[in-house]
Design a binder for this molecule. Structure first.
Ligand code: NAD
Length: 442
């Protein structure tokens, strides 16, 4: 199937029929084969997509809430009906196992379902007599063209965090998905059309920095939503804000799991393995650091090793597989370099995934098996950087206080979980840990 699939932009309710100046390759990570190519947008394609979205805006803004929600309900039904097809498409380009890919479609659908409640969510407020004889009211109005720029690791779910709400509110949308797995977004665009969304309300442009810059500088783009790595999030935030746009930008993560001596180690090891190696660790909420408070380290690492030994690595469409390959050869090599670097810097390789056993054979696929680096210290690159792969670092500390200091000092801040048998420790953790989201398991 080398060179087989050709993915192009979706503009004004149909595939773009212009000729691309530049294209990127799409791979099948499980085999390493070239699966097709994707057109990269330049100035002309960005202008065409934004113009289509701008032209569609007045009509869509004026569509009644009930007209908009009718389309949303139909879209919800269509995505639900095509969940398996979408999951297989995602799995083939991303590598994650099909059940995981179906899960991401489900979580995206939950946002569509939330957006179906938009008539209620868009209610304004009215305050009578705020000053003598003066009333004040507030209403929620759409902005115009919104743009979404999304990462490779959730090619359906992350775009669906953005466009259902934007569209339900009466905005029009231009999505720039990851160029590494672009097909799901085009399939979603086709389903929108089938659901009766007017042409131009939802558009997809593919590409790299050129396409992103085109959106960030376009005067008709009023708002930008970004999810991806931290350096690009900073760039998108600064550039879009400097151009007067409303912008939200979500970046990378280094999620910690704190295990206290009184924790149920079996439960903690189960969680570390599923949260560390699910989707090959290519999840912003993946647990990448286990913080083991003395004397729990040896027993916990043994319990993790026991479970990792049973994990089945293989192609995403094999029902036996529990973990698929990484997204690209370069990314696999980058992740493996952290394993080499960790060992060189003094970590102990408790599980070595560099030459994994793969269902059906590794071939030229982008494989790296589950890996556990023990005795990692905060000065090591494996601790400091977001690796975004199946590498779990175990940091050993002497006390709960030391663990808290370590976690709170980490510049990333997505999520942290605590494993303890002590409700008071969990409460302290909830109140004291300085991260964005906290999961508690007592
Ligand atoms: P990435 O930052 O490389 O790419 C994200 C998007 O930005 C893509 O559409 C890409 O084409 C574009 N892009 C890449 N380089 C660019 C540049 N120089 N200028 C402008 N645009 C550019 O991220 P990724 O590798 O696709 O995704 C993985 C990252 O996303 C991880 O860091 C992960 O933690 C993060 N992520 C965060 C969340 C969250 O909720 N915070 C959710 C999912 C993923």
């Amino acid at each position: 199937m080398s060179g087989g699939r050709h993915v192009t932009h979706w503009i004004n309710g149909k595939p773009f029929d212009g000729r691309a100046q530049r294209r990127g390759d799409i791979y099948e990570p499980a085999s390493g084969r070239l699966a097709g190519t994707v057109d990269f947008a330049g100035r002309a394609e960005i202008d065409a997509a934004v113009a289509a979205a701008a032209a569609a805006f007045p009509g869509w803004r004026d569509a009644s809430l009930s007209q908009r929600t009718k389309v949303l309900f139909r879209f919800r039904e269509l995505v639900d009906r095509h969940r398996d097809e979408l999951a297989r498409l995602i799995s083939s380009e991303h590598g994650k196992v099909v059940s995981d890919a179906a899960g991401e479609v489900t979580r995206g659908l939950e946002v569509v379902e939330f957006a179906c409640g938009i008539p209620h969510l868009l209610k304004g407020g009215f305050s009578e007599n705020v000053s003598t004889g003066v009333d004040a009211y507030s209403i929620l109005q759409p902005l115009g063209v919104a743009a979404g720029i999304t990462p490779f690791n959730f090619p359906a779910m992350v775009p669906m965090w953005m466009f259902p709400i934007a569209i339900a509110c009466g905005n029009t949308f231009v999505l720039k998905p990851s160029e590494k797995d672009p097909s799901a977004s085009v399939r979603l665009a086709e389903l929108w059309a089938e659901a009766g969304l007017p042409d131009g309300v939802f558009n997809v442009v593919h590409g790299d920095k050129t396409a992103v810059d085109g959106l960030l500088h376009h005067p008709d783009v009023k708002a930008v939503s970004f999810v991806g790595s931290t350096p690009i999030a900073r760039y998108v935030y600064a550039t879009a804000a400097a151009n007067g746009k409303r912008v939200q930008a979500l970046g990378g993560a280094k999620n910690h799991m704190l295990v206290l001596p009184d924790a149920d180690l079996g439960l903690a090891a189960d969680a570390a393995v599923s949260a560390g190696f699910g989707s090959a660790g290519e999840r912003c909420m993946a647990i990448s650091v286990v913080v083991a408070v003395d004397p729990v380290g040896d027993d916990l690492v043994a319990a993790i090793r026991e479970r990792v030994a049973k994990l089945k690595v293989g192609p995403g469409d094999d029902p036996e597989s529990q973990m698929g390959p990484l997204i690209t050869r370069e990314h696999r090599d980058r992740v493996a370099s952290y394993v080499d670097g960790g060992v060189a810097q003094g970590a102990v390789l408790a599980v070595d995934g560099r030459d994994p056993e793969v269902i059906g054979g590794a071939g030229d696929g982008f494989w790296l098996g589950p890996t556990v680096l023990d005795h990692v210290t905060p000065d090591m690159d494996a601790y400091k950087d977001e690796i975004f792969g199946p590498v779990l670092s175990v940091v050993r500390v002497g006390s709960y206080e030391e663990a808290m200091e370590l976690i709170s000092a980490n510049p990333y801040g997505n999520g942290t979980a605590i494993f303890t048998g002590d409700g008071a420790a969990a409460r302290r953790f909830q109140n004291e840990v300085e991260v964005g989201m906290v999961g508690i398991n007592v």
